[in-house]
Design a protein around this ligand. Structure first.
Ligand code: DP6
Length: 424
């Protein structure tokens, strides 16, 4: 197997998260994770939201182990096991001449792995951490094991960890093709356009403070498929047409069409949740009130401008994702959001707006005094009282469409110790 007795070979990678603009909701095969419709997402800039994973192999390791954000977690779940089995079966010979390490294809079955993964955003924030996590696990293992498959083929493995993970194998805008085969081989992600294609878009995420105990996506979509008559209509009639229109809107950078489709699809996704028996509510009173307020604000503003300026989308949770057509609009949007959702009086503005802070500068806001001085948005009619929801939003993330997975080659970026293969 190896020339030297004890060694550790490792690889570190970084993978983005993604947000669906045409939603995946419902499986036709639970264990292979095959969806009932195509979906489309935008990959978010990994400098603001990403997972970093280091994977290591050593003859000294006694069993597969994994640490998530520094805490050891079990790998015994079916989803981890499926990904590990699939990737191991595609491993090739590996040779590291400098370290004097040689691993033959057949050795991978008997070698154990250490995996350390870290999210640069709170795992509990409901921001698709499993998408970035499984994509990063599969991508980094593929590099470690010299797997020859391309990212589309790797996406079919990441899909078996979490459906939405397959879309994190690419940057820009990505389509998950539902496929037809029973074995899932054609249920893969493909890149529609890269992150440079529509780089004026700005994405603002409102992470809400109060969160109710959530129905997981997995059980939620199972119940929807079992009980909702609407979801069948959605999968068969609505989504196929929307996917064609959405691809066209993205390719031609047609923001009005993009915004209309994104908002409608988010609303229909929540409609099928309500059509589930018993109904699935992804929001509690506070977050629901906030979502309604954000939606009506955006709808009002879009109408008053005569053409959409901002699109909104909500996943299986209360965080609002807002996509502004360009930086100028993003600055105006941030002013509106801060007017309605100001931070607590003792808050630090720097931790209330995270990510690309230049949008804050464009909005002319330097400190809390500037937030307090913001005038009500002009589209609000004089006779309507202006509402403020101080403290309802934990923080805002300003981001943009971003790139796909990359390898991190600096040893300082690795999460495992190169000598011991244990977390640093
Ligand atoms: C609402 O990918 O988390 O975010 O495949 O069961 O792991 P599993 O579900 P998951 O579902 C994501 C659902 C969604 C919509 C989407 O991302 O397309």
């Amino acid at each position: 197997m190896a020339e030297k007795k004890s060694w550790v070979l490792m690889v570190t990678a970084q993978t983005p998260t993604n947000i669906a603009v045409i939603k995946y909701w419902g499986k036709r095969d639970e264990s292979l994770i095959l969806p009932i419709n195509d979906s489309i997402s935008v990959t978010l800039d990994p400098s603001h939201l990403c997972t970093t994973t280091t994977v290591a192999v050593s003859p000294g390791f006694t069993h597969d182990r994994m640490w998530l954000n520094g805490k050891e977690i079990s790998l015994s779940g079916g989803r981890y096991q499926n990904c590990l089995r699939e990737i191991r079966s595609r491993a090739s010979d590996v040779e590291d001449e400098k370290k004097g390490i040689k691993i033959a294809k057949k050795d991978w079955e008997n070698l154990h792995l250490h995996i350390a993964s870290y999210n640069n955003f709170p795992t509990a924030a409901g921001l698709a951490s499993s998408a970035a996590g499984f994509a990063c696990l599969v991508y980094s293992l593929a590099k470690l094991m010299n797997v020859k498959e391309d990212n589309s083929q790797l996406s079919a493995i990441a899909r078996q960890g979490s459906g939405s993970a397959c879309r994190s194998l690419y940057g820009g805008f990505v389509k998950w093709i539902m496929g037809k085969d029973d074995n899932g081989s054609d249920s893969i992600a493909v890149q529609l356009v890269d992150e440079k294609h529509w780089d004026e878009l700005v994405i603002l995420i409102a992470v809400v403070s109060s969160r109710q105990k959530e129905t997981s996506s997995t059980s939620g979509m199972r119940e929807t498929v079992e009980t909702s008559p609407l979801v069948l209509h959605r999968a068969k009639e609505v989504v196929p047409k929307r996917v064609v229109e959405m691809e066209e809107a993205i390719k031609s950078r047609n923001f009005p069409a993009f915004a209309r489709l994104t908002c409608s699809d988010s609303n229909q996704f929540h409609a099928v949740c309500l059509d589930t028996s018993p109904p699935i509510f992804y929001m509690n009173d506070t977050s629901h009130r906030q979502a309604i307020w954000i939606i009506s604000c955006v709808e009002k503003w879009n109408r008053s401008e005569g053409t959409p300026q901002v699109a909104y989308t909500f996943d299986a949770g209360p965080n609002a994702v807002l996509i502004a057509r360009n930086r100028k609009v993003a600055a105006l949007l941030l002013q509106r959001l801060l007017f309605h959702f100001p931070p607590q009086s003792d808050a630090d503005l720097n931790s209330y707006i995270v990510g690309d802070k230049s949008v804050l500068m464009d909005a002319g806001i330097q400190d809390l005094k500037d937030v307090e001085a913001l005038p009500p948005p002009p589209e609000i009619k004089d006779n309507v009282p202006t509402q403020k929801f101080k403290g309802d939003v934990s923080y805002f993330i300003c981001t943009r469409p971003g790139r796909g997975p990359v390898l991190l080659t600096e040893e300082s970026q690795a999460l495992l110790n190169p000598e011991t293969g244990l977390p640093k």
